[in-house]
Design a protein around this ligand. Sequence first.
Ligand code: SF4
Ligand code: SF4
Length: 244
Amino acid sequence: MTDSVRFACTGCGKCCTGHHVPLTLDEARRWADAAGQVVVLIEAFVVDGPGMPPEQREHVLRRSHAVPCGTGDARVSVTFAAFNPGRCHNLDDNDLCTIYEQRPLVCRIYPVEINPHIPLRPDSKDCPPEAWQQGPELIHGTQLVDAGLQALVQASRQADRDDIAAKVAVCQALGMTTSALKGNGFTAYLPDMGAFANALAQIPVDDGAQWTLHVEDEALVASLREQGLHTTNEPPVYYAFIGF
Ligand code: SF4
Ligand code: SF4
């Protein structure tokens, strides 16, 4: 558990390199309009069953959406993220953000965790050691000290809840209906950005599409099939399976 953490950003730019930045629906629209690529990351769970961390029950339920899967139901969580395999295209040669005033919420929040069940661990972040040896107190006990930062974290959590139904409808309209099981991995899609922008411009109606779970672990597959859920372990063609 975190006791007390000080922090001051050194402006090193490492968090802007090699990080896919989760975006709200509005931010994803703006990213698409600015010719950015979005990666779609999907994970699913069964309520009080496979994939659901019991201690995070309320948190994961509120940011997920029920979808039909075989003869059962799953809930999916969808992340639209700025696809940044290298330097973010908004980072200039001096490691400064060229959209600083309009940068996404998650960029404003880093290195703080958004999931309330994950404590901040400086050693898991990209910030250099000196960033943690200076500046005001960031965390006291388990609490974020800065009220402005607290508000940004709350806004990010609320956007996850408000946006999930629309994100699922967009995924379904674009055929992104295979999910990994939460805790077992993600499925990742790189949608055609023209089609993605069109879907975001006018959110499609939820067409009730059937979903499939990409699971390779045989014991897990057996347990999911017992519950009537539809699974696949075929090599992915239109998505990547990022297993843990
Ligand atoms: S939008 Fe700006 S702050 Fe966010 S990752 Fe890109 S360069 Fe960094
Ligand atoms: S990695 Fe940390 S110290 Fe470096 S720019 Fe990002 S927030 Fe600042």
